[in-house]
Design a protein around this ligand. Structure first.
Ligand code: ADP
Ligand code: MG
Length: 347
């Protein structure tokens, strides 16, 4: 891991030097790579101060992670979880904003997106070195703790609390989206007009490429190797977020268990979708909705997306069909090298 990261860093420096050498003095386009929020962060910034700007973005992402993580000690979400069933805790504006958004999407998806899945995520341990399949009894007990309505947010007093002891919030499905939106804010504040950031699959774009053409974002083939795609989206000033059963999983007795939980069953979501991609103006919305739609499945997920203004989607099903919403017809190019998928424009 460390070694790989080092190799990647060396490679990144090489790319930066090559790229930065390409631009004129005031119009330098460069790529930087860092590791933050448990993932690789790639930024392409068209600005002579790309180094400082990309570092400010990483500092901000690290700040957000410290507040919202449950994978290391400290921070506001850990404090909220530790006080569950006892008292409310004071939260920063960042965390309050994300929690309010999380609740909004839990309501919209009628609980398919639910950040109180924390106890389930922990029990399955998909992110640990020792993932396991909990017993049915254990899952039943934990399901009692999962209910977004038990997350009480008092925005006026900047406080939030969880009703019962043992309840836990996990912002894994939405915090990266918020971080990507904050990155775009930093680019704008620095006068950048063309930028791209990828936070482990969450892509955010500002403007188009330096030459004015749209950014190209590949939609992963959920059943192919890393780097294989089923299509390409062309976007400007848009956020593109994907969720899939291929992102993180473990295998036990030849069964694959992935990291997106169905809060109704307590098991990894089995809705018939294997990949969802959302295109939106804000990454926090796209992030929450990619997870929500993944759990809702094709019919319900499509209904939800179509009910929302300015939100578009690409859905990939288990039976290898690719669906898109109307608004993507001109920006999505179906390109399946595996020749295994079928493109269904309309249902
Ligand atoms: P990724 O982290 O791969 O980008 P997602 O945005 O879909 O994928 O988020 C998945 C993460 O969100 C899980 O790792 C877990 O921490 C949390 N989570 C799992 N299931 C749900 C759910 N139904 N609602 C909200 N959060 C979830
Ligand atoms: Mg998500």
């Amino acid at each position: 891991m460390t070694k790989n990261f080092l190799t990647l860093n060396i490679l990144a420096v090489f790319i930066c030097l090559t790229l930065s050498a390409c631009g004129s003095r005031d119009n330098v386009s460069a790529e930087t790579r860092h590791f933050a929020m448990g993932t690789f962060v790639i930024q392409r910034i068209n600005h002579k101060d790309y180094n400082e700007i990309s570092q400010s973005v990483i500092d901000r992402i690290n700040q957000i992670e410290l507040k919202m993580t449950v994978n290391q000690e400290g921070g506001e979400i850990n404090a909220l979880n530790a006080s569950a069933g006892k008292e409310s805790v004071t939260l920063s504006e960042d965390t309050l904003y994300v929690l309010n958004k999380a609740k909004e999407y839990a309501q919209l998806s009628r609980g398919s997106f639910d950040v109180t899945v924390g106890p389930l995520v922990k029990a399955w341990g998909v992110f640990t070195d020792n993932p396991r399949v909990p017993t049915r009894d254990e899952i039943q007990r934990l399901l009692d703790l999962v209910d977004y309505r038990d997350l009480d947010i008092d925005s006026d007093r900047s406080m939030a609390g969880l009703k019962d002891s043992g309840q836990m919030v996990d912002l894994g499905a939405i915090a990266k989206g918020y971080a990507a939106d904050e990155a775009i804010k930093i680019y704008k504040a620095n006068g950048v007009q063309s930028a791209f950031i990828s936070l482990g699959g969450n892509v955010a774009t500002l403007g188009g490429k330096p030459d004015g053409t749209p950014w190209k974002v590949g939609i992963r083939n959920p059943r192919g190797p890393e780097g294989s795609y089923i299509g390409i989206l062309s976007v400007k000033d848009k956020m593109v977020v994907s969720s899939g059963d291929y992102e993180r999983y473990f295998e036990k007795d030849s069964v694959k268990y992935h990291h997106i939980m169905d809060p109704k069953t307590g098991y990894p979501s089995d809705s018939g979708l294997i990949g969802t991609t959302i295109v939106a103006d804000a990454s926090i919305d796209a992030d929450a909705l990619s997870t929500a739609a993944f759990v809702l499945g094709l019919e319900e997920g499509m209904k939800l997306i179509e009910s929302l203004d300015g939100i578009e989607a690409v859905f990939v099903t288990e039976d290898k069909k690719v669906y898109i919403t109307q608004g993507l017809i001109s920006s999505f190019e179906f390109k399946d090298e595996s020749k295994e998928f079928e493109y269904v424009q309309k249902r």
